[in-house]
Design a binder for this molecule. Structure first.
Ligand SMILES: C[S@@+](CC[C@H](N)C(=O)[O-])C[C@H]1O[C@@H](n2cnc3c(N)ncnc32)[C@H](O)[C@@H]1O
Length: 301
């Protein structure tokens, strides 16, 4: 069931507006933040991130940008304490780390419809719109997430409620009618730190939903990043108490839609170091050495 966003609905603002100042001290006073995957502050932001925030939202100076980010991030932490929120992983703008990013930007400039599934703040859509440049048809960008509050906080983080043309809808990928109005209309799907949240049978359901959404033609594409592991199979991250499910090469084929003829997908993937430009390196230990970052792209042939 899709829930349209209510622009005026900001129940979290009253709380968040009081959160300014010394975030290290505040974190010590809050037991929910006494976990390894909550990093109170970032030491320094990459220059490209500072430039993006300065140009996109108009807040000038690294310090002011950081304070703005801390305030919104802490509101999101209260919604759900995901590591990608606690560790500022959303500041990776991970979509641009894909080797296929340049051609994705070009396709978006040319009018492709792109869906960011599990988009959280919608940071990757903002990055894409920024890189595609003025005049690009950003009305063809769609972001969806289970948590409507993350979508609303995205408008606060990027101060663009009245100007960002992308469509945001909250929805559960496991709902039978998930994004039903977009079936067969999507050219590209981005999955950032999403598939590893689900078991392999659940991943098959997700892939089936993607194949319903994608245009059934050559060039339709799914790409992204998630946790991976050299040894394969699910593994438990003891410190967080989660079972994680790295994706397997070729998984896109296992979500065939009823009545669909055999289609071939070219799948490429790579396994690299799990990390982020925004982390304190001394927090690296929480996820264990076996955790890697997998980048993948699947293109329909
Ligand atoms: C680990 S976060 C990744 C966020 C973002 N894509 C990124 O790369 O930083 C996973 C996101 O998926 C969303 N999510 C979890 N289960 C979902 C579901 N069943 N349907 C849609 N979104 C879901 C969460 O609310 C969260 O925002």
């Amino acid at each position: 069931m899709l829930v349209p966003l209510q622009d005026e609905s900001k129940p979290w603002m009253a709380k968040g507006e009081t959160q300014t100042g010394d975030h290290d001290r505040q974190a010590k006073d809050d037991p929910s933040k006494a976990v390894e995957w909550y990093q109170p502050t970032v030491k320094s932001l990459p220059l490209s991130t500072v430039e993006f925030f300065e140009n996109y939202i108009g807040v000038k100076g690294e310090n002011a940008i950081k304070q703005h980010i801390y305030m919104i991030r802490d509101m999101a932490w209260e919604v759900l304490p995901y590591p990608c929120i606690g560790l500022f992983r959303f500041l990776d703008f991970s979509i641009h780390l894909s080797p296929d990013y340049p051609r994705v930007v070009k396709r978006v400039q040319e009018g492709a419809t792109l869906l960011d599934l599990g988009c959280c703040f919608g940071q990757d859509l903002r990055k894409l719109a920024y890189d595609a440049g003025p005049g690009s048809p950003t009305c063809n960008l769609i972001g969806t997430d289970l948590q409507p509050a993350f979508l609303q906080l995205g408008y606060e983080l990027f101060a663009d409620r009245d100007r960002f043309e992308a469509t945001f809808v909250s929805g559960d990928v496991f709902a039978e009618d998930f994004l039903a109005e977009y079936r067969g209309k999507v050219d590209i799907v981005y999955l950032g730190s999403f598939l590893h949240l689900f078991s392999e049978p659940q991943q098959r359901v997700v892939v089936r939903q993607l194949r319903r959404l994608l245009r059934p033609r050559a060039g339709s594409m799914v790409f992204g990043r998630n946790l991976g592991a050299g040894k394969g199979g699910p593994f438990r991250m003891e410190s967080i108490g989660w079972d994680l499910h790295p994706t397997r090469k070729g998984g896109i084929n296992s979500g065939r839609v009823d009545g669909e003829h055999d289609v071939k997908w070219e799948v490429t993937s790579s396994l690299g170091r799990y990390g982020s430009a925004n982390w304190d390196d001394d927090r690296r230990g929480w996820q264990g050495d076996e955790t890697k970052q997998m980048m993948f792209t699947a293109i329909q042939l």
